[in-house]
Design a protein around this ligand. Structure first.
Ligand code: IPE
Ligand code: IPE
Ligand code: MG
Length: 261
């Protein structure tokens, strides 16, 4: 999806769009690169942080929409390892927002039975942010309706390197025989294990790149790129992305007749 979707869908109400979804064709795991917060704010003459703040409302809406639709896994890219290269002021504002979100939203996550987990190298995060991440993980550990995975200080290459490091440690310890190493085994060392790979990746703001997100897991994911900026990506936009996803033929390298037989 590189353009807004077909104009006939533009005429439909949110309810009509929802009715067009085929429940058995919904993705089980959706991943999102939430991009364009800064541009959203700049377009309005506001500081970039105002865009990040507004973006949280889009996160909240997407969680509740996933719950309504029965999508059980949502993985969102909130802060990349490369984002540490941003101005200190923006980084601290983002960390402040993260802490605020976690400390105020925990009750609602628990109420909605959403299990929260963070993936990434969390050590460089301020101690208070790490505290809220751990607390939220612990307090939502029993929640069973949906898994919300937030990538924080995350890098897909670092994730693979960390997986290899742990695997080598297990080989050294004699837990794993080197000839057992294959894709299935390596995948068990990724931060996302045991989540299934995402079926659908959405990136907002018109950029058509992966930016070091879930490099391993996206091998056969359907990619949806939309020009909409993340703070504007609301219920309707998500429905359009899901409808676009349902039109895709997922062949996994096979020929279609074999997939559907
Ligand atoms: C995405 O929005 C959020 C983060 C990367 C933290 P940006 O901050 O990248 O917004 P743009 O791309 O500059 O508009
Ligand atoms: C990707 O967005 C990271 C997140 C959304 C958290 P960026 O805005 O940092 O990516 P680039 O720099 O445009 O690739
Ligand atoms: Mg960006």
């Amino acid at each position: 999806m590189t353009h807004r979707l077909a104009s006939n869908l533009d005429q439909l109400s949110e309810q009509e769009l929802t009715a067009k979804l085929e429940p058995e064709l919904l993705p089980k795991h959706v991943a999102v690169i939430m991009d364009g917060n800064g541009r959203w704010a700049e377009l309005r003459g506001l500081p970039r942080i105002a865009g990040h703040r507004e973006g949280i409302n889009s996160v909240r809406e997407m969680i509740s929409q996933c719950l309504e639709l029965g999508i059980q896994a949502l993985t969102i890219y909130a802060f990349s390892q490369e984002n540490w290269n941003r101005p200190t002021q923006e980084i601290s504002a983002l960390m402040g927002l993260l802490e605020h979100y976690l400390s105020t939203e925990r009750a609602s996550l628990i109420e909605q039975r959403v299990r929260f987990q963070a993936i990434g190298r969390l050590e460089p995060l301020p101690r208070s942010a790490q505290h809220w991440v751990r607390t939220t993980e612990q307090e939502t550990a029993h929640c069973d309706r949906m898994v919300l995975t937030v990538a924080l200080s995350y890098s897909g290459r670092a994730e693979i390197a960390d997986a290899v490091k742990e695997l080598v440690a297990d080989v050294r310890a004699g837990v794993i025989q080197p000839d057992r190493i294959d894709e299935t085994l390596l995948q068990q060392y990724l931060y996302t294990h045991p989540l299934p790979d995402p079926d659908l990746l959405i990136r907002t703001s018109g950029e058509t790149r992966i930016s070091n997100f879930l490099l391993w897991q996206l091998a056969y994911t359907e990619l949806c790129f939309t020009p909409t900026l993340w703070p504007d990506f609301r219920r309707r936009e998500f429905l359009l992305a899901l409808l676009e996803y349902q039109k895709r033929e997922r062949r996994f390298g096979r020929v279609l007749s074999v997939v559907s037989s």
